[in-house]
Design a protein around this ligand. Structure first.
Ligand code: AMP
Ligand code: MG
Length: 393
């Protein structure tokens, strides 16, 4: 049995980022940038008005000043207008500032009489003017290699004129659920059987990472069937197997992997739930075999499969850890076991409470939770302490 940290380090060392590709900016959502991006346009790209109003020369304006309106500048084409003292240009939000103007008087702060306005406020240089480059300078880095592309990032790329972006490779995933007891949802169930739910969980989790799930199979606890399913599964970048990885006579995954020439790098990690986790490789396929209890499946995906998939997608190291939050613990917790314990709970209004049953089969308990608290071996935490939790939803 190795520690969680050791297992994670071994996995991250074993997996490589896949070849990069070009993607439309919309399709690139939740992908990772393949290189740094520098601004090719300043933002804004020209001085422009922040309001509908009048462009003026601030030094020639004070409360009560009368100005003659010399023209109109809407957003769009620059009319190349000019303003002198005693003059104003009617201007609209986003329109380029006329030469000579250094402030905008809001429409609400001026009274219009025919071709004249009366300014009803004090005016300072820069009022309601958005300066070129004040948000983003030309040449400034706005997206780093390995950074996740979020909706705001796609908008920023669009604002720079990019229709496409270079991103990390697509990770193709196959999923195999093993177990004689499993029945597909929608089908009739017999006494002793259960509905298969792990492949559903794993598809959702893999999709949330941005991986492409290409194949999902059920497989009975049978050597031949498992061999065939594995042979199909290893055609993908990542194969995730659920169940059959423990020590019972029906746990055939490890032996079948070995018979296909797998290099087994990890089996059994000091993590609770999730101890019988296995990681190995056949050719270029990384194989993650997760214990079948649904919460074990979840935790081992979350701690080991997720960072590996993200790394293969080209994520920077800083993107591999889940979002964290600090919270006040509202119960005492201790871990007397020899494995790091992931408690399922809820963070709400800065407080973390334990929810649901904590056994590895308790899927409803998991469903009620939105965050995990890792309690290290021998660690004892008291109610009222501030703890770091991992947000998973
Ligand atoms: P295993 O890891 O195969 O020993 O399975 C451990 C427990 O998880 C058993 O109670 C299984 O019935 C259950 N289990 C295994 N696979 C699944 C699955 N795909 N969906 C739901 N429960 C499962
Ligand atoms: Mg089983």
């Amino acid at each position: 049995m190795i520690s969680e940290e050791e297992a994670r380090a071994k996995i991250l060392e074993a997996v490589r980022s896949l070849p990069t590709r070009r993607s439309s900016i919309l399709q690139a959502l939740d992908c990772f940038a393949a290189h740094d991006y520098l601004a090719r346009l300043a933002l804004p790209n020209f001085d422009n008005s922040a309001m509908d109003g009048y462009a003026v020369v601030a030094s020639a304006c004070t409360q009560g000043t009368r100005l003659r309106v010399m023209g109109e500048q809407p957003a769009g084409v620059d009319q190349q207008l000019r303003v002198a003292s005693g003059e104003a240009i009617r201007i609209f939000t986003g329109a380029p500032m006329p030469a000579g103007a250094d402030a905008v008087v809001m429409q609400e702060d001026a009274t219009r009489n025919g071709v004249e306005i009366v300014v009803n406020v004090e005016v300072n240089p820069g009022d309601f003017v958005r300066r070129r480059g004040c948000d983003l300078a030309e040449g400034q880095k706005f997206l780093a290699k390995g950074e996740r592309i979020r909706p705001a990032t796609t908008a920023l790329l669009a604002s720079q004129g990019f229709a496409e972006v270079a991103v990390g490779g697509e990770v193709n995933v196959a999923i195999i659920s093993t177990g004689d007891e499993l029945v597909k949802p929608g089908e009739k169930i017999e006494q002793g059987q259960i509905y298969e739910s792990n492949s559903v969980l794993l598809q959702g989790l893999a999709q949330r990472c941005g991986a492409s799930v290409r194949s999902v199979e059920y497989c009975p606890d049978d050597r031949d069937a498992l061999t065939e399913a594995l042979q199909r599964g290893i055609q993908h970048d990542v194969l995730i197997i659920s169940g059959g990885v423990s020590v019972g006579e029906h746990d055939l995954v490890q032996a079948t992997m070995r018979s296909l020439g797998a290099k087994i790098d990890i089996w059994r990690v000091a993590i609770k739930p999730g101890k019988p986790f296995l990681f190995g490789q056949i050719g270029r396929c990384s194989i993650f075999a997760l214990p079948g209890n649904p919460v074990s499946t979840f935790i081992t995906f979350w701690r080991f499969v997720r960072p590996a998939v993200l790394k293969m997608m080209g994520a920077a190291d800083s993107e591999l850890e889940p979002a964290k939050a600090i919270a006040e613990l509202i119960v005492d917790l201790r871990n007397d076991s020899e494995r790091a314990h992931y408690f399922r709970g809820r963070i709400e209004n800065g407080k973390f409470s334990i929810v649901g049953r904590q056994e590895s089969h308790a899927l409803f308990g998991l469903c009620q939770s939105n965050a995990l608290l890792r309690v290290a071996v021998g660690e004892s935490l008291k109610a009222g302490e501030i703890v770091d939790v991992q947000i998973w939803d």
